[in-house]
Design a protein around this ligand. Sequence first.
Ligand code: SAH
Ligand code: DHB
Ligand code: MG
Length: 220
Amino acid sequence: MDAQIPEYERYISNLFAPEDAALQLAREEMLRAGMPQISVSASSGKLLHVLARIIGAERILEVGTLGGYSAIWLARALPARGKLISLEIDERYAQVARRNLERAGVVEKVQVRIGPALESLSRLEAEEGQAPFDLIFIDADKDLYVEYLRKAVSLLREGGLVLGDNTLPQAVLDAAADSGTKRYNAEVSARLDLISILVPALRIKGIDGLTISIKQTQRA
Ligand code: SAH
Ligand code: DHB
Ligand code: MG
């Protein structure tokens, strides 16, 4: 069964998420730069795009830029006045991302901020007059996912979405391990201010998961 997952991914992405030249080039540039091939798949990129469109997102925050592949899918969901802030610790990756975002025609809408994401998130929390985000995509180091979540929720508007990447299969398979994504899934499922579901997702390498949470108004 699992052997067919790459075929399912190809079927969905060929129909619903064909990559244009900019997205293909983004992957090639990451390969050339010797970066890890851990961007979201095309079908997952399209899922992020569709979710952003559903809620009419105008302000998006991403934790973990890599080469900007998911950022391109997200930024393309934004209206002309929309903004995406993407956080990345590795300056070299951020440079590759900026070039890729430029070729994709979205560089004006995207700001890549370099530094440890926890620090960047604290700085965002402290910024005066910073409007809340409509959508926050968490996709950096898994050990800190719960920390990222807590800051993300405080930066999010009511009705906004927090998305956690790679929440399957490690959360299930590493039964003994105290995996970051497992703790993330436990935390979002228990929080009363979030309505959440883990949606299985396909990657070229196999099954994966995206945990989707809506921030809800707390009722007394
Ligand atoms: N969202 C990207 C993939 C991100 S891969 C896409 O799908 O296209 C995870 C990224 O998080 C890597 O680029 C890694 O350098 C970055 N990262 C890891 N630890 C980090 C930290 N503490 N702060 C900010 N970024 C971090
Ligand atoms: C891997 C995939 C990811 O999407 C990620 O953010 C980190 C690691 C992986 O396949 O190892
Ligand atoms: Mg990921």
